[in-house]
Design a protein around this ligand. Structure first.
Ligand SMILES: NC(=O)c1ccc[n+]([C@@H]2O[C@H](COP(=O)([O-])OP(=O)(O)OC[C@H]3O[C@@H](n4cnc5c(N)ncnc54)[C@H](O)[C@@H]3O)[C@@H](O)[C@H]2O)c1
Length: 320
């Protein structure tokens, strides 16, 4: 059985491929365009550890291209699709919505179509906590109204989920939608706050803080997410469902800065800036559905995850 992982060169995708290999998966096909949303050299570094593994086939290509996707399905007959590829930045989407619509909605539809034609045992559609927007009540529950997303990114993820669930009802495609919450860990994307804060504190530069630091995020370690995704590949009750994958312990951004200061052994020089549009004031996952359907139980405490993250950050800076 081969598993197709889109976005395999990204932050989460590269961890997920390594996680699957560690579990003994025999055949993984990665499809990534190595786009320049952030430095593609970082993505090449992300896949370096698995690029010579005989169990892994890496394809550089665009899942918005139906012919290319058809070739991948014909050549590799994936039985499971784990669709992690996307434009994933919230703030960038405010000024570049069309790129998000093309990749996150159009690209997802191309993959759903190929999966429908060829048949798959499961299609994991990786969505986002940003589908919860204005009007959603915390902790965010899958059974309550989602509200209106505050960013085009969140809106494209809502649209992609809707398409996935329609394909499940209409064609019986075994789709599972997963909603990760503020994922972090080694190889974190350079556009995310934790990376930007860490670099600022480590180098003594001012740390840009949008708002007063009271925004709360349900930070979730990437290995906990990988365990949840892996469970969703086979869990019997998950098909046709949308499921939160968070940590259920929101942390204020100002406390994140304190944890980073502790881990780096340096004080932050905070530069206060006005709040950015598109950001939710709070994200908080209700995990009861994930626990019930997937046996999901996040294990990595934020303080431990930050220490590991800072260790990785220091090692990566020594290399570059
Ligand atoms: N990082 C988080 O905190 C977080 C939270 C919630 C949801 N997610 C979701 O998880 C997934 C992975 O996020 P990430 O943080 O690893 O982002 P990332 O940007 O590091 O990875 C996404 C990858 O998708 C690839 N890609 C984008 N468009 C493509 C296309 N048309 N064809 C082929 N490849 C394409 C990119 O080159 C990139 O390598 C995304 O779907 C994102 O929306 C992430």
């Amino acid at each position: 059985m081969s598993i197709l992982v889109t976005g395999n060169a990204g932050f989460i995708g590269s961890h997920f491929v390594e996680f699957l290999l560690a579990q003994g998966e025999a055949k993984i096909v990665g499809l990534d365009s190595f786009n320049d949303y952030y430095d593609p050299a970082l993505k090449r570094a992300n896949v370096a550890a698995v690029s010579n593994d005989p169990r892994v086939t890496l394809i550089e290509g665009d899942f918005c291209d139906p012919e290319q996707v058809e070739r991948v399905f014909q050549d590799h007959s994936p039985r499971v699709v784990v669709h992690l590829g996307a434009y994933a930045g919230v703030r960038y989407s405010v000024d570049h919505p069309l790129v998000y619509e093309r990749n996150n909605v159009g690209g997802t539809l191309v993959l759903l179509e190929a999966a429908r034609r060829h048949g798959v045992d499961r299609f994991l559609l990786v969505s986002s906590s940003t589908v919860y927007g204005q009007g959603a009540v915390a902790p965010f529950s899958e059974s309550a109204p989602l509200g209106v997303p505050l960013s085009p990114y969140g809106a494209t993820k809502q649209a992609a989920e809707t398409l996935g669930l329609t394909y499940h009802l209409l064609h019986g495609l075994p789709v599972v939608c997963l909603r990760p919450f503020s994922i972090y860990g080694p190889r974190l994307r350079p556009d995310l706050a934790l990376t930007i804060f860490c670099a600022a504190i480590a180098t003594g530069r001012p740390l840009p803080l949008f708002g007063d630091g009271s925004v709360l995020r349900d930070f979730t370690h990437v290995r906990d997410l990988c365990a949840g995704l892996t469970a969703a590949m086979t869990a019997p009750g998950a098909i046709g469902q949308a499921i939160n994958l968070g940590h259920d312990q929101p942390i204020a951004i100002r406390d994140v800065i304190v944890e980073l200061e502790r881990a780096l052994g340096r004080r932050a020089l905070v530069e206060r800036l006005p709040p950015k549009p598109g950001d939710m004031p709070l994200t908080h996952a209700d995990l009861s559905k994930a626990r019930r359907l997937l046996g999901y139980a996040p294990k990595i405490a934020f303080a431990d995850g930050v220490l590991e993250f800072v260790e990785w950050f220091r090692a990566s800076r020594r290399k570059s």
